[in-house]
Design a protein around this ligand. Structure first.
Ligand code: PRP
Ligand code: URA
Length: 217
């Protein structure tokens, strides 16, 4: 078991694995260049997918080996839908899709206003028939929780019933906000940091994930 329910936050599933901890340490470093930062986000997302999909539905099927027919399983990957929150959530898409290449991908564009820290939306496109799908929302940073809460709210209003959130660094404030706004949504985080600063940045954190991914610092 590499992930477990957090004792203080029942909605939070937190990882405990030396490989992830090592990669997060590199991700935090101010000396990590853009190329490596992107590769690390990608690798962390791939590793996290293992636990996020642990209850993935599957059907039993038969497979012909060179020797005989064996029983196998086939996961319903196309019922899974990945929703990166633009921009930084995009950095996690490739890693997740390497594990589940048949997933559908929707996009939600949100940007946090610098003064109010409130998210404003600029793009929304998801696959049809959201009722029967399982959504994995990705965003490397869960800070105040405003962006993730808004994204999940949009999905619910579209009819989505099964949603989970996958982030790399979470702040206690963001986890608590999601527990209040969307208590049924499981939050998977690679690490739970200490707190937010007065500008809404996570401490110790890793800075602005979108800027570091896309070189807009
Ligand atoms: C960042 C981050 C999250 C959000 C987290 O995005 O990628 O989406 O802030 O903060 P919150 O939990 O307080 O809402 P930002 O708005 O900077 O946009 P970007 O991804 O385009 O850089
Ligand atoms: N968004 C980021 O990219 N980083 C933070 O620390 C907080 C919000």
């Amino acid at each position: 078991m590499t992930a477990m329910r957090h004792p203080e936050f029942p909605n939070l599933i937190i990882y405990d694995h030396p490989l992830l901890a090592h990669k997060i340490t590199l991700l935090r470093s101010v000396d990590t260049p853009k190329k490596v930062f992107k590769e690390l986000v990608d690798e962390i997302a791939m590793l996290m997918t293992y636990e996020v999909t642990a209850d993935l539905p599957y059907e039993v099927c038969q497979v012909e080996t060179p020797l005989e027919v064996a029983e196998g399983v086939r996961v319903a990957g196309d019922q899974m839908t990945l929703i990166p929150i633009l921009r930084a959530g995009l950095g996690m898409v490739e890693g997740v899709m390497r594990m589940l290449p048949t997933m559908r991908v929707g996009h939600i564009g949100l940007e946090r206003e610098h003064e109010s820290l409130e998210p404003s939306d600029y793009y929304y496109k998801i696959p049809p028939n959201p009722e029967g799908r399982t959504f994995i929302v990705t965003d490397p940073m869960l800070a105040t929780g405003g962006s993730a809460s808004a994204a999940i709210g949009f999905l619910k209003r579209s009819g989505a019933q099964s949603i989970r959130l996958m982030c790399i660094v979470a702040a206690p404030e963001g986890v608590a906000r999601l527990a209040k706004d969307h208590p049924e949504v499981a939050v998977y985080a690679a690490v739970l940091d200490r707190e937010l600063n007065e500008n809404g940045y996570i401490l110790p954190g890793l800075g602005d994930a979108g800027d570091r991914l896309f070189g807009t610092l």
